[in-house]
Design a protein around this ligand. Structure first.
Ligand code: MG
Length: 262
């Protein structure tokens, strides 16, 4: 066998064994339980939009949003008394406008009488960049973790299945909570290879939970994320909010604004 052919076969075999190793993985394989982020009690205030912000939701309508399953369809979530509540049947929603780097503010509230446990207790998510239909993208987890144990890299304030929050500043269900996130989108070379990974800094109820964390690819429920294959989606990107299929009562949002940084 000539050397070039041998190298190509070896390369292909390597690719297949990596793919089959991913297929054999279970979702538990990427769920961590220690160390548990310490509980911190946050201060009281939330953030109003500054003058240069793009308002994504101000309590009145969903004109800035569409369905994430079908972007030709409107975002069919429920608006009542200025609050936006997830409609699980309608699926996730995403912004009409696309973004690269930005600062975002989102406020969310778990129902006071929330039930369920682990990942099935008020699960939603802020997808910082969409990479496809439905829930494909880079997820910052939203979940009730005031008194609810789950894997640390899947709790509220985590970059789902990639990085646990530094601390746990959850407020009790029924109280408003805020995310303030600084997102740097990944960049790709002309040949599709990664130029620079996505990075995130995030404050949860005003407390730092992600400190310039470098993501290894879009969120995956099973297996290790990567910027190759399906992960090599170029921006600009929509921002999404998750309608999770758990059985608990749906969560609500208010006061969502964004400031593009480029
Ligand atoms: Mg989620």
């Amino acid at each position: 066998m000539n050397k070039k052919l041998f190298i190509s076969i070896a390369f292909l075999a390597g690719g297949f064994s990596l793919a089959s190793a991913q297929q054999k993985m279970k979702h538990e394989d990427t769920e961590l339980y220690t160390p548990v982020p310490p509980v911190v009690t946050p201060g009281k205030s939330c953030g109003d939009a500054p003058s240069d912000a793009i308002i994504l939701f101000d309590g009145k309508n969903l004109d800035s949003w569409v369905s994430a399953n079908d972007t030709t369809k409107p975002a069919d979530w429920i608006i009542k008394k200025g609050l936006l509540t997830v409609n699980k049947k309608a699926g996730s929603i995403q912004t009409k406008q696309l973004f690269m780097d930005y600062q975002i503010h989102v406020e969310w509230k778990e129902p006071k009488d929330i039930e369920g446990s682990d990942q099935g207790r008020g699960n939603s998510g802020l997808f910082l960049a969409s990479t496809g239909k439905g829930d494909d993208g880079y997820e910052m987890q939203i979940l009730d973790n005031y008194n609810n144990k789950t894997y640390t890299n899947g709790q509220a304030g985590s970059i789902y299945k990639q990085n646990a929050p530094l601390v746990n500043p959850n407020r009790p269900p029924g109280e408003w909570q805020s995310y303030d996130v600084i997102w740097t989108a990944p960049r790709f070379n002309d040949d599709g290879s990664l130029k620079s990974p996505a990075r995130v800094t995030a404050f949860f109820n005003g407390v730092l939970v992600q400190n310039n964390f470098e993501l290894t690819g879009p969120t995956l429920y099973v297996g290790h994320p990567s910027y190759e294959g399906k992960g090599a989606v170029r921006g600009p990107y929509a921002i999404k909010i998750q309608a999770h299929g758990d059985k608990s009562k749906p969560i609500s949002f208010r006061n969502i604004w964004v400031r593009p940084l480029n």
